[in-house]
Design a protein around this ligand. Structure first.
Ligand SMILES: *Cc1c(COP(=O)(O)O)cnc(C)c1O
Length: 234
């Protein structure tokens, strides 16, 4: 049977190979291990295999795991799921990053809720790159205004953009939305010097991490290919 450490080795070698193909340094690509739907024990195994950054979507489950592992001080927790305004306080108190911001209201609340003894909370803005009515994320048209507003919040550090494109098996098709996100990112930074804190393109999951690396991803969010299939969301 494949262990989490074996899976991680395979993912790391895929990252190295895609980075080599892209002429990029694999060291500059952060691997976020998405542990939603998996128990604390799995996170411990991934930690022992070298992971230090973990992504969670469901607040109650995440808080239990963060509590279980509170004696380990070099883990960074990333909140990557949809975030409702009544949950911002717990997120601001317990996480280092939030990737799923698509409304100023939520960013304002996180700014107000971030405890003064912690560093500013790192945020990525989620972009609805395929423009599907059903999905979360800000549209490319609304993005500039949101980015400029978020960049002014003192307890927030705007780090970049995140997207979850429509799934497809074709590498060429997978690359298109990632390329659009990178272009948006570059245009925003070029047009607005106050957005120079943006250094993160959070894109690429188990099924499309190669395409994301080829298009400049700096942070991959990988769940299934590290931890195996997960239990249904509660
Ligand atoms: C679950 C999830 C992932 C991980 O997806 P896998 O296909 O299991 O790698 C990445 N990003 C977000 C936002 C997720 O919700």
């Amino acid at each position: 049977m494949m262990t989490i450490a074996d899976n991680l080795n395979q993912v790391m070698s895929r990252i190295r190979q895609a980075a080599a193909e892209a002429g990029r340094n694999a060291e500059q690509i952060t691997l976020l291990a998405v542990s939603k739907g998996h128990p604390t024990l799995s996170i411990k195994q991934a930690y022992q295999a070298g992971c230090r950054q973990f992504g969670e979507n469901y607040l109650q489950d995440a808080l239990a795991k963060i509590n279980d592992l509170s004696h380990i001080d070099d883990i960074q927790w990333h909140f990557i799921g949809p975030l409702q305004s009544n949950k911002t306080r717990k997120v601001a108190e317990n996480f280092d990053w939030v990737h799923s911001i698509d409304r100023l209201k939520i960013a304002n609340r996180l700014n107000a809720d971030r405890p003064p003894d912690l560093k500013p909370l790192n945020l990525c803005l989620q972009v609805n790159i395929d423009d599907e009515a059903s999905k979360s994320g800000v549209t490319p048209v609304e993005l500039t205004e949101l980015a400029l507003a978020v960049s002014k919040l003192p307890r927030i550090r705007l780090r970049g953009l995140m997207t979850i494109p429509r799934a497809t098996d074709s590498l060429a098709e997978q690359r298109k939305p990632f390329q659009r996100l990178r272009q948006l990112f570059n245009e925003l930074r070029a047009a607005h010097p106050q957005l120079s804190t943006m250094d993160t393109l959070s894109m690429g999951m188990s099924g499309d991490l190669e395409a994301a690396i080829l298009e400049g991803a700096t942070l991959l969010r990988v769940g299934t290919d590290i931890f195996g299939p997960r239990q249904a969301a509660r």
